[in-house]
Design a protein around this ligand. Structure first.
Ligand code: HXC
Length: 259
């Protein structure tokens, strides 16, 4: 499949995925969602890639799902469109490599939702976040009713979703929606730097941390702790655990092999 609306680039052990429909502020239509689906599948299979940065071309990150495409949908088509986006976002959320959203501008509706499916959100001072769906007569449909409350708590999620208010990056930082606010010209470099730092650590350990944190957010603490014990134990079957600890004891640089 030829990619028209998504750019996939590699820089050493990291990949940079750019949603590229700047004339429509990177609005997510079905075509773009299907391309993203393919790209995420490729990233999962690519052993060279250990961390991913997701960003948008031009002045927006993603200004939402494509309103032009949604306008005339019927019930079944609307449901299917929501299912398509949710399938892709869940795949991104469970990708066995960390994903950093470099939110360069508008992250509205589906744009806020895709950023929330990423592991870490770095925001430009120009970024704007919101779930304006109720102003269009719809609910958030790409996971916003589920993930926003998990990120910022139920009260703040309800406030943002019921009012449709659009907040700036500083407010997003204050409520815990983003990890850091960065000058626009430094955003991508800082996201790449963080991705490179992560990719220098033991990849299997990082992958298992992601799985354990994600699982822990959705189950009781005893189940989560028991899962942590399993993944912790599993690390001792890896060459990288032996390498990491031996290098420490021998006071030398470590060399992880993703094994
Ligand atoms: C389709 C969009 C779009 C969108 C912008 N565009 N957002 N097209 N879907 N979500 C298009 C505009 O129509 C315009 O096209 C071009 O991008 C530039 O946008 P402008 O509005 O001219 O830019 P600006 O004045 O800077 O305003 C920026 C903006 C505004 C505030 C972000 O574009 C806006 O309000 N967009 C919609 C945001 C939104 O409501 N998102 C949630 C969508 S619902 P032309 O051809 O005129 O140049 C959603 C649901 C998810 O996401 C779940 C689905 C299941």
């Amino acid at each position: 499949m030829e990619l028209k609306n998504v750019i996939l680039e590699k820089d050493g052990k990291i990949a940079i995925v750019t949603i590229n429909r700047p004339n429509a502020l990177n609005a997510l239509n079905s075509e773009t969602l299907k391309e993203l689906d393919l790209v995420v599948d490729n990233l999962e299979k690519d052993d060279e890639v250990l961390a991913v940065v997701l960003t948008g071309a031009g002045k927006a990150f993603v200004a939402g799902a494509d309103i032009t495409e949604m306008k005339d949908l019927n019930t079944i088509e609307g449901r299917n469109f929501g299912i398509l986006g949710n399938k892709v976002f869940r795949k991104l959320e469970t990708l066995e490599k960390p994903v950093i959203a470099a939110v360069n501008g508008f992250a509205l509706g589906g744009g806020c939702e895709i950023s929330m499916a990423c592991d870490i959100r770095l925001a430009s001072v120009k970024a704007k976040f919101g779930q304006p769906e109720v102003g269009l007569g719809i609910t958030p449909g790409f996971g916003g009713t589920q993930r926003l409350a998990r990120h910022v708590g139920m009260g703040m999620a309800k406030q943002l979703i019921y009012t449709g208010d659009i907040i700036n990056a500083e407010e997003a930082l204050r409520i815990g929606l983003v990890n850091k606010v960065i000058e626009p010209e430094k955003l991508l470099d800082e996201a790449k730097e963080m991705a490179k730092k992560i990719s220098a650590n033991a990849p299997i350990a990082v992958k298992l941390c992601k799985a354990a944190i994600n699982k822990g957010m959705q189950c009781d603490i005893d189940t989560g702790i028991s899962y942590e014990a399993e993944v912790f134990g599993a690390c001792f079957a890896t060459e990288d655990q032996k390498e990491g600890m031996t290098a420490f004891v021998e006071k030398r640089d470590k060399c992880f092999k993703n094994r």
